[in-house]
Design a protein around this ligand. Structure first.
Ligand code: MF3
Ligand code: CO
Length: 276
């Protein structure tokens, strides 16, 4: 989604520490999801679990009522790209489920997402998940001082569309993150090297590739939120909160705890962890 505040905010090191706490709370909440996900569970149950865990940890849910969004989390299954409403339909073997969660902790936002697979899944879907996760890290590698937004965008597009012929969603983008859920700059997952704003230290970015197995085209349901692939094929979404640094980006969110829980859960197929 695009930003609302037409400003770029650079954070102090102290503020980066606070943002890391917010991002980590999102990661811990997604870890709770990874522990219990199984066929038969509903995304509404996941919504309740997340909301309870976030409130128990003295934080608030940032998506609820954001521009009228009616739920605590986004739960996007199969052909739903992003912004899926949690519902009471039981999940089944083979479902591809992106859980996107935003919290406010001590005034700072954490906002990230992870895509899970219920049970066994085809090689084609496994590859889409692996490549999308890889593309996120290829983008993050470029989130360093003096690079530009286009360097991140190009790295993601090149790996997914260039190398694997997947569809990169154009209508939705990542964003700056801080005291607001959506700050400048917009972070498209497609673009040209050397284009766009130059990155400076302690800019915090939510980088979030949304990658379709088939064509890039999407549409929005009549509910005004649910974004789906036009061709009905699956889509995958991973998101990290990242701080721009010299030489190597600092990832504020934490996939390793989610991945450990995912691996330990016999009802899920884990996607490979990526060294960073
Ligand atoms: N991670 C998504 C985003 O940054 C989630 C927004 S959902 C909304 O745009 F409900 F908050 F809009
Ligand atoms: Co986001």
């Amino acid at each position: 989604m695009s930003h609302t505040k037409n400003l770029v905010y650079y954070k102090t090191d102290h503020e980066i520490g606070l943002m890391r706490e917010a991002a980590t709370l999102v990661s811990k909440t997604l870890t709770e999801v990874a522990k219990v996900l199984k066929p038969g569970m509903t995304t509404m149950e996941i919504d309740t679990l997340c909301a309870t865990f976030v409130k128990d940890n003295k934080a608030t849910l940032s998506f609820y009522k954001y521009r009228g969004y009616p739920h605590n989390i986004c739960a996007s299954v199969n052909d739903v790209v992003v912004h899926g409403f949690p519902n009471s339909k039981p999940l089944k073997e083979g479902d591809v489920v992106s859980i996107d969660l935003g919290v406010i902790l001590n005034g700072w936002h954490g906002d990230h997402a992870y895509t899970f697979v219920i049970g066994e899944v085809s090689d084609a879907v496994s590859q889409l998940i692996r490549v999308t996760k890889e593309s996120l890290y290829k983008g993050i590698e470029k989130a360093i001082v003096n690079n530009r937004i286009g360097d991140i965008a190009y790295a993601i597009q090149e790996h997914t569309e260039g190398k694997h012929r997947y569809g990169v969603v154009r209508e939705l983008v990542g964003h700056g993150l801080g005291k607001h859920l959506h700050e400048d700059p917009n972070m498209p997952n497609f673009g040209k090297r050397g284009n766009g704003m130059k990155l400076k230290e302690n800019l915090v970015l939510a980088i979030e590739p949304m990658i379709n197995m088939g064509k890039k085209e999407v549409y929005t349901d009549n509910d005004g939120w649910t974004v789906r692939t036009r061709d009905g094929k699956p889509s995958v979404h991973f998101e990290h909160d990242v701080c721009v640094k010299k030489g190597k980006a600092l990832i504020l969110s934490e996939y390793s705890i989610i991945e450990a829980a995912e691996l330990a859960n016999p009802n899920l197929t884990a996607s490979p962890a990526i060294a960073f």
